[in-house]
Design a binder for this molecule. Structure first.
Ligand code: G3P
Length: 225
C-alpha cells in the first residue's frame, strides 16, 4: 500500500513525510497554481531533493497535443531526472503519447481517469500507475468504487504491474473506500492526514489516558518516572 501527498507545498511535505509512511508526491497544474508564482522546475527540484530517491515524484504535462505532451515529458525528465513519473491525462492525444513514451521506458502515471475504458487502455499501453479521480467520479454519478475494483480485477487477471493510484478525494472515507476497493496507492491532500488522525474520537481517547495517568503519577511520562 502506498500513500502519496497531492501537493507542491514544501512545508506540508516536510511535515508529513515525518508523520506518514510517505511513498511519493503528486502534482498537477491546479496544485502548482495553489503555490502562486513559484518557479516550476525549481519547486519540483526542491520537492525531489526533499523526498529523496526512494520516493516517487509525479509531474503532469500541460501540452494538449501528442507531440507537445512528449516534448513536455522530455523537458521534465531532462530537468528533474529520468526517474520522475510523467502524469498524462488519458484522452486520444495522451494515450498516443503514453505509447510513444513507454517505448522509451519512461515511467507513466495515466491520469484524469473516470471510466474503465480509459483505465483499460492505459493498462494496455503499459502505464505504471492509473489515477482514477474518486470525488469527481462521485460528483458525476460514476461509481468510483466499481471503477477501481474493475480496474484492479483486470490488473490481477492479466498479471500486469500497473498500480491504481487513486486521487481526487474530498473526504477521509473516500480514501479508505478506494483502498478497500483495490487501489494499491492513494494520493491525498495533507489536510486529510490531519483530519483522519486528529478526529475528536482519537483526541478524546488520548486525553482520557493522559488524565487517568496524571491522576496517579502527576505530570510525568514513563521516561521521566
Ligand atoms: O491528483 C488529482 C487531484 O489533485 C484532483 O483533485 O480535488 O481537483 O478533484 P480534485
Amino acid at each position: 500500500m502506498e500513500f502519496l501527498l497531492d501537493t507542491a507545498n514544501i512545508d506540508d511535505i516536510k511535515k508529513y513525510q515525518e508523520i506518514i509512511p510517505l511513498s511519493g508526491v503528486t502534482t498537477n497544474p491546479s496544485i502548482i497554481k495553489k503555490e502562486g508564482k513559484a518557479d516550476f522546475f525549481d519547486r519540483l527540484a526542491q520537492i525531489k531533493k526533499l523526498i529523496g530517491d526512494k520516493r516517487s515524484l509525479h509531474v503532469q504535462v500541460v501540452a494538449t497535443t501528442t507531440e507537445g505532451i512528449v516534448a513536455d515529458a522530455h523537458a521534465v525528465l531532462a530537468k528533474l531526472g529520468k526517474d520522475v513519473y510523467i502524469k498524462i491525462p488519458v484522452n486520444q492525444a495522451g494515450l498516443a503519447a503514453i505509447k510513444i513514451l513507454k517505448k522509451e521506458n519512461v515511467r507513466i502515471t495515466a491520469t484524469s481517469i473516470y471510466t474503465e475504458l480509459q483505465g483499460f487502455l492505459a493498462i494496455a499501453a503499459g502505464a505504471d500507475y492509473l489515477a482514477p479521480y474518486y470525488n469527481r467520479m462521485e460528483n458525476n454519478n460514476i461509481d468510483a468504487n466499481k471503477v477501481i475494483s474493475d480496474l484492479n480485477q483486470v490488473i490481477n487477471h492479466e498479471q500486469r504491474n500497473t498500480k491504481i493510484l487513486a486521487a481526487s478525494f474530498h473526504t477521509v472515507s473516500q480514501i479508505t473506500s478506494a483502498i478497500a476497493n483495490g487501489a494499491q496507492a492513494v494520493t491525498v491532500a495533507p489536510s486529510f492526514i490531519a483530519e483522519g488522525l486528529e478526529s475528536h474520537l482519537i483526541t478524546d481517547a488520548i486525553s482520557d489516558f493522559t488524565s487517568d495517568w496524571e491522576s496517579i503519577f502527576g505530570k510525568t511520562t514513563i521516561s521521566t518516572l
